[in-house]
Design a protein around this ligand. Structure first.
Ligand code: SF4
Length: 459
């Protein structure tokens, strides 16, 4: 019988895609997937260290796996991968003795099957957090979890060193993937039925092809746009200071590029932005938003925001609220600041906003954001939107969900064979996080048959 593996993933899309890569490598090595730790011979925990709470999840999970071994005698090989593995290395073995067998850094993914074998044969923990610089990955190996959307990494690591961020330490310096590798993977994703491609990198719009000096991110978008079978292109995340007129013009010209920009701002206060080392001001960010809206009037914006950064005063926080209201984001990931190891903020700045105050600020910010996005979603009621149906509902068998080009989640009734199709949907009601509607072809809206996807998404 083939040995079984389970991968549990915390964190960002980059981690989700790394897990897809690890799954493919393990299957190549003869493993089969399972959904249950109790059934697994190998459990891989792909960790995130971007917030303190995300990091704590690793130790909670290792405790649960220890109980599984003690109470039920089931003791799978446990591999810890991802950012916490890179950051903590062998210290994980000391903090949770006897549980983890493999510690695998963010740049050692390709060595996972070998390291698991080494730990199994030698019956001792192995640690590999070496800074390999190879960003290539064998074509066709990643086991894509999503039949509609394909993640394609274009850049690894980051050189920005924002003062709060652990990523440059856990994922290393910025390394560009060759254009030829990226396009081969995009073609392979399209050939295997993936309608949407999501280009991933810490700062995607900083892309510069190592194998083609004329290819920047705009040129890469053009090349991906030309691939037959790709219907939609998304990317995460651009950095505000690298948004150029050429990039905006390229986005506006290419209809397959979704009308959504996730543009992390982190704070509305220039003083705090300076302490964060973001290298833009409130004013220059708002000016950029104005230029984006002039080029792409229909674009939806989303962002990341941190509250309670060291030294953030009530006045600074008010600026975060006013900037949020002024931009009118369609969605926001907001977090309470927590110091991260090795970062400049951790070394040089006192974490001086009390915990209760951070909580009060995040509640106020999230409440404002909820009102804004409810209002934006309400505006869709009664309109027809083009939805790429990408999943069945977890709650109801007859319900599907998909997204508009502007990244609004749309729930609709329909059969599973609509998954992967782009359908015109009439929106009937809206909530803060998604809207509900019915597609053409649904008898409840009185139209016969389904039409094909329009060439240019309406919204
Ligand atoms: S740009 Fe700043 S916040 Fe984003 S990954 Fe790089 S260091 Fe972190």
């Amino acid at each position: 019988m083939a040995p079984k593996y389970l991968i549990e993933t915390f964190g960002c899309q980059m981690n989700v895609h790394d897990s897809e890569r690890m799954a493919g490598l393990l299957e190549q090595a003869g493993f089969e997937a399972t959904d249950e730790a109790a059934d697994a011979d190998l459990v891989v925990i792909n960790t995130c260290s971007v917030r303190e709470r995300a990091e704590e999840k690793l130790y909670t999970r290792l405790g649960e796996l220890r109980r599984l071994a003690l109470d039920h005698g089931h003791d799978p090989i446990v591999a810890v991968a991802g950012c916490v593995a890179q950051q903590e290395g062998g210290a994980i073995l000391e903090r949770s003795p006897g549980v983890a067998d493999v510690i695998l850094g963010t740049r050692a993914i390709r060595r996972l099957p070998m390291l698991v074998e080494e730990a199994r044969v030698e019956r001792r923990p192995v640690v590999d957090i070496d800074p390999y610089d190879d960003v290539t990955f064998p074509l066709g190996v990643a086991r894509r979890a999503d039949p509609v959307k394909a993640y394609v990494t274009i850049i690894e690591g980051c050189n920005e060193f924002c003062s709060f961020c652990v990523v440059p330490y856990t994922r290393g310096n910025e390394r560009m993937r060759p254009r030829a590798d990226i396009l081969a993977e995009v073609r392979e994703a399209a050939d295997t039925g993936h309608r949407e491609v999501q280009l991933l990198g810490q700062i995607v719009n900083h892309y510069a092809a190592p194998d083609d000096p004329s290819c920047d991110f705009s040129r890469l978008l053009e090349a991906v746009h030309a691939v037959d079978g790709v219907e939609r292109i998304r990317f995460a995340s651009p950095h505000p200071r690298h948004v150029t007129p050429r990039f905006l013009d390229t986005m506006a010209r290419l209809p397959k590029v979704c009308r959504h920009l996730h543009l992390p701002v982190q704070s509305g206060s220039t003083r705090v932005l300076e302490a964060m080392r973001r290298r833009y001001t409130r004013e220059s960010y708002l000016d950029l938003i104005g230029r984006i809206r002039a080029s792409l009037p229909e674009v939806a914006l989303s962002t990341d925001m941190i509250v309670g950064f060291p030294g953030e005063t009530e006045a600074d926080f008010d600026e975060t609220l006013t900037l949020t209201a002024e931009v009118g984001y369609h969605s926001m990931f907001s977090f309470k600041y927590s110091p991260r190891p090795n970062t400049l903020a951790d070394k040089r700045l006192a974490d001086d906003v009390p915990g209760e105050e951070k909580t009060r600020r995040i509640v106020a910010l999230q409440s404002l954001q909820r009102d804004i996005q409810t209002g934006l979603n309400q505006r869709l009621v009664g309109r027809i939107v083009d939805v790429l149906v990408d999943a069945g509902s977890r709650r109801r068998e007859t319900e599907l969900s998909g997204r508009t080009s502007t990244n609004v989640v749309v729930n609709l009734p329909g059969p599973p064979d609509w998954i992967g199709r782009t359908l015109p949907v009439r929106v009937e009601r809206a909530g803060p996080h998604s809207v509900w509607g019915r597609a053409r072809g649904d008898p409840a809206i009185g139209r016969d048959g389904l039409t094909g996807a329009p060439a240019v998404p309406r919204l």
